[in-house]
Design a binder for this molecule. Structure first.
Ligand code: PGA
Length: 266
């Protein structure tokens, strides 16, 4: 183990967003499953829409691929028309939940307070939250990147104890890189990931900060994945567009597998 590096397994997570009806979802997950035979060094998750969680989950039984959801509500049950509770996600077979994705913040007015409640609620039900943070292009241009990320992390993780923190996953997703084909450079990604790890270290401990996995998201694809994943503080990817084709997603997992072995033997 070198400098805590070996403790973190690379994690490749698929965010299908609002795509796939049942038949498409089944075909996609079977395609992914069929190509996953020899993968053992990285963790893999797919987050399909709520409506196909159960059918995708059924396909994943006895595989190494975990099921996740794209959002959750923070109340346990009750009169919250249209919402889905953490318990419902666990019941549907989920182990992960994406929280605070920039599309939720942008189009559904999610703020840091709601994000924090969702993270807490997820943890209470033993779901692993994948907390998404990221700056807009405007904010980057104005030199506010670190300020924005600092706020999102500090508010998003308020009140969470060290034990829960170390199991958590963070996804750095610069808003300007999502779905644009223009990913962050390796220098930009590593700089922010190191910064985020430092923020976590400041309000918890070095041990916790070294355990937390920080994924990069935003136009990750087979052409840029190797370089991004090779960075010291990049522990995986949250993949949107490139996760909707079984072959492309599997290629990303294979690349991660190679990088993981290389990182461990560093
Ligand atoms: P993208 O999306 O890979 O299509 O850029 C990533 C995400 O929004 O999680």
């Amino acid at each position: 183990m070198k400098d805590g590096l070996a403790l973190r397994r690379l994690f490749i997570a698929a965010n299908w967003k609002m795509n796939t009806i049942r038949q498409e979802a089944t075909e996609l997950i079977r395609g992914i499953k069929d190509r996953m035979g020899s993968v053992s060094a990285v963790d893999i998750m797919v987050a399909p829409p709520f409506t196909v969680l159960e059918s995708v989950g059924r396909e994943l039984l006895n595989t190494r691929i975990q099921l996740g959801a794209q959002d959750v509500y923070f109340e346990k049950s009750g009169a919250y028309t249209g919402e889905i509770s953490p318990g419902m996600l666990v019941d549907a077979g989920c182990t992960y939940v994406i929280i605070g994705h920039s599309e939720r913040r942008q189009y559904f007015a999610e703020n840091d307070e709601m994000v924090n409640k969702k993270v807490m609620a997820g943890l209470k039900s033993y779901l692993v939250p994948i907390l998404c943070v990221g700056e807009s292009w405007e904010e980057r241009k104005q030199g506010k990147t670190f300020f924005v990320l600092n706020q999102q992390i500090l508010f998003g993780l308020q009140g969470i104890d060290n034990h829960d923190l170390s199991s958590l996953v963070i996804a750095y997703e610069p808003v300007w890189a999502i779905g644009t084909g223009k990913s962050a450079t390796i220098e930009q990604a590593q700089e922010v990931h190191a910064y985020l790890r430092n923020v976590i270290q400041e309000f918890s401990s070095r041990e916790v900060a070294e355990a937390v996995r920080i994924l990069y998201g935003g136009s990750m694809n087979p052409n840029n994945a190797r370089d991004l994943l090779s960075q010291r503080d990049v522990d995986g990817g949250l993949i949107g567009g490139a996760s909707l084709k079984a072959e492309t997603f599997s290629t990303l997992v294979e690349i991660a597998e190679e990088v993981q072995r290389w990182k461990h033997h560093e």
